[in-house]
Design a protein around this ligand. Structure first.
Ligand code: GLN
Length: 454
């Protein structure tokens, strides 16, 4: 009943696309039965979680928040969700998101935008964006509709919504969580991770999600560390790098202040703070907005009206007409924009000028981080350049929307673990997030620095 009440409350935020409280109850009962028999409980035993509707769930509609997948019910379960069920978790429902995870505000969803549970202080009643693309996940966890949810992060989609709603989210090293059964956006960047109330819950959930999967060719064949057991907020002997290129001209004063607060907190925890340089930072955003759409345009070719979900078959139409009608009707405007950009940068005439160049920039960005990590153990920066903006604020200007990802995309391009932790409220009473970026495979270092901040 409590689950059902929460799901009804979720209606006001539009966080869920489909509710499955019976599955959460089933997991809770299975856990109770184990407890009664004195059997060991799973690491997530009985915990009801929200599942971003980008993960394929057997027998439950999986849409990526797109009309083109409406009514698609997979026969198979994604590896990450299966890992969570194996650990004893139960699914409360499928969470809303930006269509195909493309967006930073959850406003590109076919199923309507999600509303953040937060409001600005001072009488302004504007509905705020929960961030994106994991906006259903951030809103649901922030409103305490569920204790934790899955997210995916291609260029910030776990960290930015976590920052906007005062929760914690970690994108692990690329390859830690299997991409098998996750609707693909940009395969060389996509990575799943937990979004939860605090660092400890993220550590527990990430342990349950991660692991080698032979079904994903880029899966990391490494054991999953015991991150929860390794949590330690004592940073004595650790060096924290502050990248000077992130302190951009015209940086919001409140963001700069929260960054300074974070530096002070990490010093209090025993860390030494060092100045570092990531010289190619300013090219990260343009490189990302070439590489991500290029991969997306290729990944989205599979939605043809034959294999999944929607099929528009006009009277007397042939195969080509069916493809065109289905895709014209099924994809939203942002998805079409990405397909157009992606096919353009991959076209024979422009491949070298754009796609190839962006790949070179990506290598330089990865090298910047490698060099920086010879001087420090983790990097501290803001998660985003602003607190949550109002719904509708940026929808008419895609570039201003993309600019919100400026601090998130470098770690994505380099495949590094990165987390957003809450770092207090701004003068309007809205949460701000701080980002910790770690060395490849060093989720532990990231979690520990996060623990020192929270
Ligand atoms: N906001 C970025 C984009 O629209 C990142 C999205 C994501 O990480 N899935 O591409």
């Amino acid at each position: 009943e409590a689950f059902n009440a929460n799901v009804a409350a979720a209606g006001a935020l539009n966080a869920f696309i489909v509710a499955t409280p019976e599955k959460a109850i089933e997991a809770a009962e299975a856990t109770d039965a184990k407890r009664a028999k004195g059997e060991a409980l799973g690491k997530m035993g009985g915990v009801p979680i929200g599942m971003k509707d980008l993960f394929a769930t057997a027998g439950v509609q999986t849409t990526a928040a797109s009309h083109i997948l409406e009514g698609f019910t997979p026969q198979y379960e994604s590896t990450v969700s299966q890992n969570l069920w194996n650990a004893g978790a139960g699914m409360l429902g499928k969470l809303n998101l930006d269509q195909f995870a493309m967006g930073s505000s959850n406003e590109t969803s076919y199923f309507g935008n999600v509303i953040s549970p937060w409001k600005r202080g001072g009488g302004d009643n504007a509905s705020l964006a929960p961030g994106g693309s994991s906006g259903g996940s951030s809103a649901a966890v922030s409103a305490r509709l569920c204790p934790a949810a899955t997210g995916t992060d291609t260029g910030g989609s776990i960290r930015q919504p976590a920052a906007f709603t005062g929760i914690t989210g970690i994108k692990p090293t690329y390859g830690r969580c299997s991409r098998w059964g996750v609707v693909a956006f940009a395969s060389s960047l996509d990575q799943a991770g937990p979004m939860a109330r605090d660092v400890t819950d993220c550590a527990i959930m990430l342990e349950s999600m991660a692991g080698f999967d032979p079904k994903d060719a880029t899966s990391l064949n490494m054991p999953v560390p015991e991150w929860e057991a390794g949590l330690n907020a004592d940073l004595k002997g650790k060096k924290v790098g502050i990248p000077r290129e992130y302190r951009m001209d015209g940086m919001d004063a409140e963001i700069a202040k929260s960054w300074d607060d974070g530096i002070a907190w990490l010093k209090d925890a025993g860390a030494e703070v060092v100045d570092i340089s990531l010289p190619h930072t300013k090219y990260a955003l343009p490189a990302y907005y070439i590489i991500a759409p290029a991969e997306a345009s290729s990944n989205l070719a599979r939605y043809d009206g034959v294999r999944y979900g929607l099929r528009d078959l006009p009277e007397g139409a042939g195969l080509q007409d069916m493809y065109a009608a289905t895709r014209a009707d099924g994809f939203g405007p942002e998805v079409k924009r990405r397909i157009m950009i992606g096919t353009y940068v991959l076209s024979a005439g422009f491949y070298d000028a754009y796609y190839n160049q962006a790949q070179k920039v990506r290598a330089l960005i990865a090298r910047d981080f490698e060099h920086a990590f010879t001087q420090c153990d983790v990097i501290l920066a803001p998660t985003c350049p602003s607190a949550a903006f109002a719904l509708g604020d940026k929808t008419s200007d895609p570039l201003s929307m993309y600019l919100n990802d400026v601090f998130a995309v470098p770690a994505s391009l380099a495949g590094l673990p990165a987390m957003s932790v809450p770092a207090g409220l701004n003068s309007e009473g809205l949460p701000l997030g701080l980002q910790i970026i770690g060395k490849a495979f060093d989720e532990q270092g990231v979690l520990n620095a996060g623990l020192a901040i929270e």
